[in-house]
Each structure stands twice: as structure tokens, then as C-alpha cells.
Design a protein around this ligand. Sequence first.
Ligand code: GLA
Length: 381
Amino acid sequence: IMNKHTLTLCAFLPFAASAAQFSVTSKPFGEIDGKSVELYTLSNESGAKVSITNYGGTVTSIVVPDKGGKMGDVVLGFDSVAEYVEKSPYFGCITGRYANRIANGKFTLDGKDYSVATNNDPNHLHGGLKGFDKKIWKARIGNMGDSPSLVLTYTSPDGEEGYPGTLNNSVTYTWTQDNALRIRYKSTTDKPTILNLTNHSYFNLAGEGDKTNLQHRVKINAEHYNPIDETSIPTGIAPVEGTPFDFRKPTQIGKRINEENEQLKNGKGYDHNFVLKKTDDGKLMTAAVVTEPTSGRILTVKTTEPGIQFYTGNFLDDLKGKGGKNYAHRSAFCLESQTFPDSPNQKEFPSPVLRPGETYSQVTVYHFGLKGNPQKKKNKN
Ligand code: GLA
């Protein structure tokens, strides 16, 4: 339904052999502090679509077919921006400036000590009290060939949430014709700083609101992971071999999640960074593949980042979501591409430092496919 706020962009590419179509619509999604927030929907020719609000750059829904051709929403979220403000456990948002934890909210950079909020006692989590997930981003509609895109920008002032440097950020979401959500992050700074950006979507490939994630079969391209202490700070790098963290072969989440294991105890389940096996730094490589048997949906995650946080929704606990659906304990999982948690304090980890003149750049792709229907070769993500 169109109203005066609704904007539609449709494209018919005249010179493409099979004219691929897409559309981008926008509608009001509510108000925060007197500022209106929009919800953008990017649809491809098949009708598969993703919705994103400029509040936190949050992905609110991803609607893709199951093996029977039936469309379903595979990410958790809320129907209004007010609910995101009130109770979101980082559903679908961009987390920053530093995704995941910094021990005791302290780090040293070029000999200077910095303190950031300890909003996850005793540690810093996901950028602090008002991180990027709680900011209103500027939005611009664009397109990449026959794929619609949304460009979000946000300038974080020097000292915001205790971090040094004015940080100029852009996050471009592109929804491809073969159902991939491609996220490109770019940031620059005017002073040395640290950063680690990610998208915090919670997936359930059987459809959001499904009561469990345990049936998903997960493969992660990692021979090592970061064990954590009782406050979820990495204690080093350890081999996955012989542990419940070995996902080198596809394994059901539920198979080992309840084993007696100190690491599963510390994370309350899986909530750990996996050290991705990289052959070429900075190149887009497959990080994880998740299959859901009933729907036949397959999620493939590719990233240029060195790590990925695999989180199994251990802190979810009967939260009321979209359409009044119940989001139960462990009814979704996250795969958050990143540098490693607490890397500002751990020298053996990839450096999260960004200096003036450099550009932070990350590409992460979430592709939604179907069993027995391999990703089309012609689409380059
Ligand atoms: C990340 C963290 C988890 C948890 C969630 C949000 O995935 O690693 O411990 O804080 O975010 O609830």
C-alpha cells in the first residue's frame, strides 16, 4: 500500500538478456527523540526480500523460499522501532565501534590508556551504552547492476563512547538476484583508533519463531577457536580437534551443546570466536555453511574477516517478537564476522587498529540457498 511517505524504485535493465527486476520501497518505522526512522525493503525479481531500518542499520527481516517454494522470514526481529529501543538483544543490527568484548573496558593505544563503558559487567560489549546499533544512520538508495542496495552512513564524533578519533562509517547492504545479502563496511578516522564492526542477525532457517535452533547442521571453516574465561574474554587460541567446537564436518548444533564441558559452561552454550582458516588475507572466503533439514534452506556465510562469533542464542528467553511470536532460549543463532574479541588487549590476535590515511574495509555475504540447488555460478558476490 502506497502512502505519501512511500517511495518506490523499480528497475528494468534494458540491455540485460533476461531483464532482471528489483524494487526498493521505504515506509516510516516510527520515531526516536523526535526523529523519524524508515524501513527499507529491497526485493529481487523472485520476490525474495530483505528489510532494513536506518535505526542501527538493523536487518529486520529476510524473506526467502524453502524447498517447496514457500517464502518465510528467517531472522528474528520486532514490528516497531520502539521495541528495538526497549528490548532488542542486538537483533540484526550493526554493532560498533567494537563488536563483542573488551576486557574490563580498558585498552592502551600508542601508549595512551582508554576507558570504555563496562556495559557487560565487568567488560565492554558491542560499542557501549549507545553504540552504532542505537544510532540513526543516513540512508541512500542505490543499486549494483541488477541488485538493489542501501547505503547507510554515520559519523561518530571523536570521543564518542570513549573511543578516540572521528570515525566516518559507511555500510552498504546489497540484495542480489540470487538471494545473497552482501554487506560492505568502510570506515576512516582522523586519529589512531580501534574498531571491529559486524552484523548481529539472529537466524532460524526453519523460520523465525521456530522453537529451537538445535536441528541446524553447522560447518565452520576453522581449525582453531578462542576459549574464554567465565566473563567471556578469550584466554588464547586452541585447536577445535577433539572438542565440541569441531565443526569442520557439518554437525547438528544440538549434538554436543549440552555436553559437560568447561567452555560450553563459560559460554552458556556456543558463544565463541572461531579462527577462520584463511589462505589469502582480506579475500572473501567461506566461513560457515548452515543447513536446516525441514525447510531445505542453506545459509552460506562468506567474509573477508579473520574470525566469526558463533552464538547460539543462549541469552534468549521467551522474548515476544514479530507478529507476537515467541523467541525461546536457543531458537536462533548468530554468525558475526569480526576480528577477535578483546584483540585491543591481546597481541597475538589480528590488530583492530585503524590509523589516519587507512581505510577499514570488510565484506561479508549471507547467501540463502536450497538443498540440491547449488549457488548459480554466474553470480559473483
Ligand atoms: C554476542 C555476544 C553474546 C551476547 C550477544 C547478545 O553474540 O558474544 O555473549 O552478548 O552478543 O546478547
